[in-house]
Design a binder for this molecule. Structure first.
Ligand code: DOR
Ligand code: ZN
Length: 430
């Protein structure tokens, strides 16, 4: 089926102008772009309403859980939350139960994503204990390998770095979690689990990585982490929570617990400055759902925020404030992450690009009412402060979200890592 979607077309190049996209649902691509649809065509027309038609957002760091952790979240609920936020591609993390470090676990996860996820999806494999398993893991359609602090010194990591696959680093050394023994309260945790561990982890990885390795540093919470990553030619993302929120004294230690921890004012402002200067490749949510019960029980409460429905709209506040242009916003949430992932047909409005589209109203004040689709319902109050609001979300030319209603089952959602190898390094903006 082919149909047309009209409105204010905008992507990382800024506002292209009022116009229309022809979406081909059978091929999953944008098949034509024009000022006017041909007469007699099937058209959904938002022109004159001030609604933006843009590439769907890409979240390269989410925890959809599933498998034995389905009581926290699963591939159905997590992907529904993504669609409701305007996110049309999610890439899932391997710290599941069982972890995605064996072909069997990875195959189970890929099958669950294929069956239940209503948006495009990918997954990172974990670093296996046995280096011999790397080849089998790499033969699956994965987005790359995720490196946790506990993997930094493993022999398998040295081998994984030689595979020419994307390697995505949680930038903390194993010593960082010692800071948790000294502190629980967020403001002191920010100090004890300090920035130095982040830059050290980046340098430690660089000390064993070939120069040509594709390394991405995720959820950098400190300016020094970004500087270290960029200095080495690595790509880097930041989360909205590290950009917008600080470890203020007196915060609920469980609700606001996240790894890396929320930082102090100077680090947060430094992070924001680097983002606004164009030195960050992507924004990612680190959507990390836990049950309300788990999140309310000190001292074992797990770290993480359930973000998928809200995070792009928190970032949109910077557009509303005049700090980010529309093009820069779309770079950070679509084109930048697409290039980090090596997906050159994602994140732009062009003929032949993946027909993943979000239509949004940039003018609504957009107060986030709380998660409606994620199983994780307990969220920090700062998430309520958003701007803008999705109206319609399209995946592969199929409508999956419209005015609050979601598609019941996947229609044309794909794993784009099934048919590609990582391309050249993304072009640096600076
Ligand atoms: O806060 C976090 N939660 N940071 C992580 O690195 C893991 C995540 C989780 O899986 O809950
Ligand atoms: Zn994470």
């Amino acid at each position: 089926m082919r149909w047309w979607l009209c409105g204010i077309l905008s992507d990382y190049r800024g506002v292209i102008g009022e116009g229309c996209l022809e979406l081909d649902a059978s091929r999953g691509v944008i098949s034509r772009i024009s000022k006017e649809p041909p007469s007699g065509a099937l058209v959904e027309d938002y022109r004159g309403k001030g609604f933006v038609v843009a590439p769907g957002f890409i979240d390269l760091h989410v925890h959809l859980r599933g498998l034995n952790l389905s009581y926290k979240e699963d591939e159905v609920t997590g992907c529904r939350a993504a669609a409701a936020g305007g996110v049309t591609l999610v890439v899932d993390m391997p710290n599941t139960s069982p972890p995605l470090t064996t072909p069997e676990a990875l195959d189970a996860k890929l099958a669950a994503l294929g069956e239940g996820c209503i948006v495009d999806h990918g997954v990172y494999a974990g670093i296996p204990g046995e280096p011999q398993l790397l080849g089998e893991l790499a033969s699956r359609p994965i987005a790359g390998f995720k490196v946790y602090p506990s993997d930094l010194r493993s022999p398998a990591l040295r081998e994984a770095l030689k595979l020419r696959r994307l390697v995505i680093l949680h930038p903390e050394t194993p010593e960082a979690s010692r800071g948790d023994l000294a502190s629980f309260e967020p403001a002191s945790r920010a100090v004890h689990r300090g920035c130095w561990w982040e830059a050290l982890a980046v340098l430690e990885l660089a000390s064993i990585a070939p120069r040509w390795a594709s390394v991405h540093v995720t959820h950098a919470s400190c300016p020094s982490t970004i500087e270290a990553a960029r200095g080495l030619g690595y790509t880097v993302d930041v989360t909205p929570h590290h950009l917008f929120y600080e470890a203020l004294p007196g915060l609920d230690p469980c609700l606001y617990r996240v790894n890396p921890p929320l930082r102090g004012h100077a680090e947060r402002v430094g992070l924001l400055k680097l983002l606004l200067e164009g030195r960050v490749d992507a924004v990612a949510s680190d959507h990390a759902p836990h049950t309300p019960r788990e999140k309310a029980l000190p001292p074992t409460c797990p770290a993480g925020f359930p973000w998928l429905e809200a995070w792009p709209w928190m970032l949109f506040r910077l557009v509303r404030a005049g700090a980010l242009s529309l093009g820069e916003f779309h770079w950070l949430v679509s084109r930048g992450p697409a290039l980090v992932l090596g997906l050159r047909n994602y994140g732009e409005l062009s003929v032949g690009a993946r027909a993943n589209v979000v239509v949004y109203d940039p003018k609504t004040p957009g107060r986030f009412p709380g998660p409606r689709h994620s199983k994780a319902r307990l969220y920090p109050a700062f998430m309520a402060e958003t701007a803008g609001q999705p109206i319609e979300v399209v995946v592969g030319g199929n409508k999956v979200y419209f005015e609050g209603e979601l598609a019941e089952a996947p229609q044309g959602a794909v794993n784009p890592f099934k048919r590609r190898s990582r391309g050249p390094r993304p072009p640096s903006k600076n």
